[in-house]
Design a binder for this molecule. Structure first.
Ligand SMILES: Cc1ncc(COP(=O)(O)O)c(C=O)c1O
Length: 389
């Protein structure tokens, strides 16, 4: 019967990893894959993660299941980190999930159960967003978000589009470090957007996958908090993959902010039932690490210090890249103002292919670059190769 299945296209980013690995040229540069890299090109394990793991191995007494909801202490600590004062005294249903992707999928399934039929998604966005929403049965409606040639946010166009959304529609927001554009909403824009969402009775789903990679842990949650302060209900999908470097441990959470505690209990029971029929119980190891770090002042300070170094490295390469590329493309001064690991360059696909073929510089056809893929020593040479296009 399997012959009835259509072959699915390879994920373009995963295919790019294969091409990069097979390239034997010295000095090849990978600006494709979306993970943090240090000056040696490695994706390091945080010192605090190593120490937390050491403690877990020494002290863990059982490998019995955690429940479908996961560990409540992890969830409380992550909630405080993600929302700070805006999250206190809110009724919230929390569930530990396999990564941010697992959180997005459960949020989408829950929305479908609640009778939400449409979700508004900015263009461009992370390609997995529409894919997850569609497989959960939601209709994905696009709205303008970012203009690549001018490197600017299409705020008025976005607001006009969202004014046509209907009460009960959901709207996807990136908390910080927008993937793929790095574009940053101002505080005023977050306020205007939150007011519109509240007035129109829309349900925000906020994806927070890079807290701490943009301007700092608190600054990166400011927009999310503005939304939470304005609305009675919201969904949050959190990933610990990047900011704790726990990618393969699949660590995240979904939070549903509800009007009352009773409703939160009901939302939580539905999330747990959805998890039970998908994967039953979440993986434990990554969440146990995060909980250990956030619950220990010394480990937490060390984790924050290391995260600061990562953010500083990405920001400094970002500045140099913007200065270099803007010699030819004036508009790319904007890259310096963008945040997080990604920017989306105004390059044609043939330029992307030429950079790959002639200079062993790898990025997807969309020209989304991961700035963390660059070592400081390479920046000037890579800029020259871009300028030679
Ligand atoms: C915008 C965004 N959301 C969510 C995720 C989910 O990450 P994970 O499932 O690895 O935790 C990612 C990962 O790249 C992302 O870029």
């Amino acid at each position: 019967m399997f012959e009835t299945l259509n072959r699915q296209p390879d994920d373009p980013l995963l295919a790019l990893i294969g091409l990069y690995r097979a390239d034997a040229r010295a000095g090849k540069v990978d600006l494709g894959v979306g993970v943090y890299r240090d000056e040696e090109g490695a994706t390091p394990i945080f010192r605090a993660v190593k120490e937390a793991e050491r403690r877990l191995v020494a002290g863990q007494a059982t490998k019995s299941y955690v429940g479908p909801e996961g560990d409540p202490v992890f969830l409380e600590r992550l909630w405080e980190l993600t929302t700070g004062p805006s999250g206190r005294d809110r009724a919230v249903a929390s569930l530990q999930t396999p990564g941010g992707s697992g959180a997005l999928r459960l949020a989408a399934d829950l929305m479908a159960r609640m009778g939400v039929t449409r979700i508004w998604v900015g263009v461009p966005t992370w390609p997995n967003h529409p894919a997850i929403f569609k497989v959960a049965g939601l209709e994905v409606v696009s709205h303008p978000f970012f203009d690549v040639p001018s490197q600017s946010i299409l705020f008025d166009e976005m607001m006009e589009a969202l004014k046509t959304a209907e009460k009960g529609d959901a709207v996807l927001l990136h908390a910080s470090c927008h993937n793929p554009t790095g574009a940053v909403l101002t505080a005023d824009q977050w306020h205007a957007l939150s007011t519109l969402i509240a007035e129109r009775g829309l349900l925000p789903l906020i994806d927070s996958a890079y807290q701490g990679f943009g301007r700092g842990l608190e600054a990166d949650r400011a927009g999310l908090c503005t939304v939470l302060d304005a609305v009675p209900e919201a969904l949050l999908a959190i990933s610990c993959s990047k900011n704790f470097g726990l990618y393969r441990e699949r660590t995240g959470a979904v939070f549903a902010v509800t009007a009352t505690g009773d409703i939160a209990l009901s939302a939580r029971s539905n999330l747990a039932a959805l998890a039970r029929t998908a994967y039953s119980m979440p993986p434990d190891h990554g969440a146990a690490i995060v909980s250990e770090i956030l619950g220990d002042d010394v480990l937490k300070a060390d984790w924050m210090a290391e995260l600061d170094v990562m953010r500083g490295r990405v920001a400094s390469i970002r500045q140099r890249l913007a200065a270099g590329l803007s010699r030819r493309w004036q508009v790319l001064t904007a890259v310096a103002e963008q945040e997080g690991m990604f920017s989306l360059l105004p390059l044609a696909e043939e330029d992307v292919l030429r950079l790959r073929a002639e200079h062993a510089i790898y990025m997807p056809g969309s020209a989304r670059i991961n700035i963390a893929g660059l070592k400081s020593a390479e920046v000037d040479a890579v800029v020259e190769k871009f300028l030679s296009l």
